[in-house]
Design a protein around this ligand. Structure first.
Ligand code: NAD
Length: 247
């Protein structure tokens, strides 16, 4: 479905991002995964190589919060692999500090990765996408971008901002041939959730009408749909992928 498309996935070393990377590779894309450190990038590349040694995948780790580093890394991809067709802004951190313990530093740390890095990566690809008259950008938001969450206020705040960026850029860039959408996962079985004991997981499952926790592949499937030509008339959408867990 994505033969020879160049796809960049931030936060691609594990969890939802890793599943997105693997799904694009299975569909014939050339993928660049971004991680935060060389070791985690190497580990992800090794895992993918074990799955299929012929996968055209490489890994980078620019500081996503530094525009110049991101721009340099993305320009290098452009020179060596061709123009970036699809950007997936997936890297993010979550946290749950009570507001009475909150500091501006913590607030800024979360906003810096979850919002400013989305800005940086999008800004770094956009001129070439506009020149070519096509491109797809997909952001990983969260169900808390709709309902908020009690605690860790920077996290839902950041995801509300991601939705704002998504919908506003979709409006601005649609006439230039670029679609911008987001997925809003519910609780998804990444490392963090997978390690929770059953007695914590069961009450969570009971709140989900589809009655299971999301798998990273559930989110990857939605991302691939939105990135594909089958979604060519869809832009500015925040697609909930949460088994109807809306609280
Ligand atoms: P994860 O912690 O398993 O993976 C996070 C990814 O982000 C990793 O690849 C990591 O390398 C990258 N990352 C973290 N800090 C970084 C930094 N400073 N610089 C560059 N990269 C960094 O998380 P996940 O659960 O797979 O989450 C992926 C996205 O999905 C996030 O945006 C998260 O907010 C969102 N999300 C997750 C859930 C869930 O239940 N897992 C629910 C809703 C939304």
């Amino acid at each position: 479905m994505f033969k020879d498309k160049v796809v960049v996935v931030t936060g691609g070393t594990r969890g939802i991002g890793f599943s997105i990377v693997e799904s694009f590779l299975k569909e014939g894309a050339k993928v660049v995964l971004c991680g935060s450190r060389q070791e985690t990038v190497d580990k992800a590349l090794k895992e993918l190589n074990e799955l299929n040694p012929d996968y055209p995948v490489r890994g980078i780790h620019p500081r996503l919060t530094d525009y110049d580093e991101v721009k340099k890394a993305f320009d290098q991809i452009n020179d060596e692999m061709g123009p970036i067709d699809i950007l997936i802004n997936n890297a993010g951190i979550s946290e749950s500090t009570p507001f009475t313990d909150y500091t501006l530093e913590l607030f800024q740390k979360v906003i810096d990765l979850n919002v400013n890095a989305v800005f940086n990566c999008t800004r770094a690809v956009i001129d070439k996408m506009i020149e070519r008259g096509n491109g797809v950008i997909i952001n990983t938001s969260s169900m808390v971008s709709i309902y908020g969450q009690p605690g860790g206020v920077a996290y839902p705040t950041s995801k509300f901002a991601v939705n704002g960026l998504t919908i506003s850029l979709a409006r601005e860039l649609a006439p230039k041939g670029i679609r911008v959408n987001a997925v809003a996962p519910g609780i998804t079985k990444t490392d963090m959730v997978a390690n929770l004991p059953d007695e914590m997981i069961e009450p969570l499952i009971n709140q989900i009408p589809i009655h299971r926790i999301g798998e990273p592949e559930d989110i990857a499937n939605a991302v691939l749909f939105l990135a594909s030509d089958k979604a060519s008339y869809i832009t500015g959408v925040i697609l909930s992928v949460d088994g109807l867990m809306r609280s």
